[in-house]
Design a protein around this ligand. Structure first.
Ligand code: ATP
Length: 555
């Protein structure tokens, strides 16, 4: 998809989200607050369904994972032990011209989507610099749009250098914008401000944790942080969970909850927010040397072979692979196609110093392929850190092995809001349809998997001024309501009501008509029209069969 088409698609999704009550800007009547989003009636249901499905798959459908719900504000030492106070920062630059702050590691990505970068690209088809067209742009539109852009300031000098180094640029696969930002082919890239193309300062670290004070004194000693991730509470409560339940390593503790990061440049709708929700699992496993001692040999990882069911001889590599595959399977079960997802293995120089391996699950968003979830093999770094900083032992006594150790951990860490956005992007479709009168129109439809769809069934009496129809429709509504989220709608033509539910992503609609109440003979009495959102086909179904039929489709 071209950049323009992706931007247009994203704009449509954002506008649908507001129009239909999925996602609103936080505090919108006061101008909004950058990086904060509210979920409207449909969004709230969608989010609940997603969290419910994750929680169920982790805890209720397994014997080896338990849940936790911890506080957002914890003892500040937690964040010293975890390393967040010292190292949880992003590199940040300020623009010397417009004074805006930007995250230095995101500048190139942001640049590629600016209108002026798009205009530059249009001068030079297939990325091959077209000197004449570039010069014309720099002296005309470029000068008006981005007078601070170093290329615009001295286009002739730049084009001379570009020409001198053509082969090198090509070999490095740099984009046209990068070429035009580079003062010297051998030198470093000089990143321009993505807002005004001005000069940026050197990157400086900026801590992402939100600070607050606990208690009325508000002194330095009272500083506390809003948690930047939910995972640390799991490590901090590890001992309490082990002591209060009957879990045995390997086992997991999971949590869903809010996390806060003072992101420098929140963007791409909800993708990078300052307040968001995470769904995290810490799955504790035996260190490989314990597995080796107990079973004789740690099972070897066969990258292309299916891992099968967990085995006692699994070391961290197999557990890691197991969780990567489990998580892909789960994403498919909530309606993301495998072809919309990508698996990215972090390179050794990208890994956190304690991580042995990290796989990111990426989703192909319209604005780029980006991270939905990270699955990290974190050794026993976190528990050991808390043991050192708290002075409390984090050792686990393994009865089978008859020894004590600090367990290692595999951490699948997902963002709820990014997943909601991915589900919206995956589901959104506009298609041309022809109505019964032969007229074509564009149908906007959200093709959510029935499992996550905010409303499962729309229930419509054919006419709202026929008491018999209304009464029957209300009966059907009251029968289904305790079982699933239904929406009763008696307003407007049936076709319009279907369209409204298509846009909300409702997979099924029921129409109660004259057949239902027996006006056209006894054989159709007690039946309704069941209309399917995706195929738009309709079938006649007995009211008595509805609960089992619908529950089968949404569970
Ligand atoms: P990124 O590199 O995109 O900032 P990250 O690698 O720092 O993300 P993690 O710390 O691994 O993210 O957090 C786990 C998950 O939490 C991410 O995969 C993502 O789904 C979610 N997440 C992290 N930061 C944000 C944010 N600012 N807004 C929304 N979701 C987020």
């Amino acid at each position: 998809m071209s950049t323009q088409a992706s931007t247009a698609r994203m704009e449509k999704i954002v506008s649908l989200c507001k129009r239909r009550g999925f996602i609103f800007q936080s505090s919108e009547i006061y101008g909004g607050l950058n990086g904060f989003w509210d979920y409207g009636p449909l969004g709230a249901e969608l989010k609940r369904n997603v969290k419910e499905l994750w929680w169920k798959s982790m805890t209720r459908l397994r014997d080896d994972i338990v849940g936790l719900e911890a506080t957002i504000i914890m003892h500040p030492k937690v964040w010293q032990a975890s390393g967040h106070v010292d190292t949880f920062s992003d590199p940040m630059s300020t623009c010397r011209a417009c004074k805006k702050l930007v995250r230095s590691d995101q500048v190139w990505d942001m640049l590629e989507t600016t209108p002026w970068a798009q205009a530059v690209r249009e001068t030079s088809p297939e990325g091959k610099p077209n000197p004449e067209a570039l010069l014309k742009w720099a002296k005309g539109k470029g000068l008006r749009a981005v007078p601070n852009f170093v290329f615009v300031k001295d286009p002739e000098a730049f084009l001379a250098r570009v020409a001198a180094h053509t082969g090198e640029w090509d070999a490095q696969g740099q984009s046209l914008i990068q070429i035009l930002c580079t003062a010297d082919a051998a030198g470093p890239l000089s990143m321009p401000c993505p807002h005004c193309a001005g000069e940026l300062t050197e990157p400086r670290p900026f801590n992402l944790m939100f600070k607050t004070y606990v208690g009325p004194a508000a002194t330095e000693e009272d500083i506390a942080y809003l948690r930047p991730e939910t995972a640390q509470a799991i490590f901090v409560q590890f001992k309490n969970v082990v002591d209060s339940t009957r879990v045995k390593v390997p086992f997991g503790i999971c949590q869903i909850g809010k996390a806060f990061r003072n992101e420098v440049t929140p963007r791409n709708f909800t993708f990078r927010s300052r307040e968001f929700e995470q769904m995290e699992l810490e799955f504790f496993i035996k260190p490989d040397d314990v597995v080796q001692a107990q079973t004789g040999a740690v099972a070897a990882l066969a990258p292309d072979a299916p891992h099968g069911e967990p085995q006692p001889n699994w070391g961290w590599e197999l557990w890691h692979k197991y969780w990567v595959e489990e998580r892909f399977r789960w994403y498919e079960s909530v309606g993301l196609k495998r072809s919309s997802l990508e698996e990215y293995w972090q390179k050794p120089d990208e890994l956190a110093h304690y991580a042995r391996a990290t796989v990111d699950i990426l989703y192909k968003f319209p604005f780029g392929t980006q991270e939905l979830e990270g699955i990290a093999a974190r050794s026993n770094f976190d528990l050991t850190q808390h043991q050192t900083h708290s002075g409390k032992s984090m050792e686990y006594f393994d009865q089978e092995a008859n020894l004590r150790y600090v367990p290692h951990v595999i951490e699948p860490s997902a963002g709820v809001d990014r997943l909601i956005l991915a589900l919206l992007c995956e589901a959104f479709e506009e298609e041309e349809v022809t109505d019964e009168k032969g007229q074509t129109e564009t149908r906007t439809v959200l093709r959510f998997h029935p499992r996550v769809a905010p409303v499962k069934v729309g229930i419509f009496p054919l006419l709202k001024n026929k008491p018999d129809l209304v009464q029957k429709a209300i009966e059907v509504r009251d029968m289904l309501r305790p079982l699933m989220n239904v929406f009763y709608d008696d307003g407007g033509a049936i076709g319009r009501r279907y369209r409204r539910q298509d846009e909300a992503g409702t997979p099924f609609c029921l129409t109660i008509d004259f057949d239902t109440i027996g006006e056209n003979g006894p054989e159709k009495e007690g039946t309704v029209t069941l209309r399917h959102r995706d195929s738009m086909t309709q079938e006649r179904v007995r009211i008595a069969d509805l609960p089992a039929l619908l529950l089968g489709k949404i569970s």
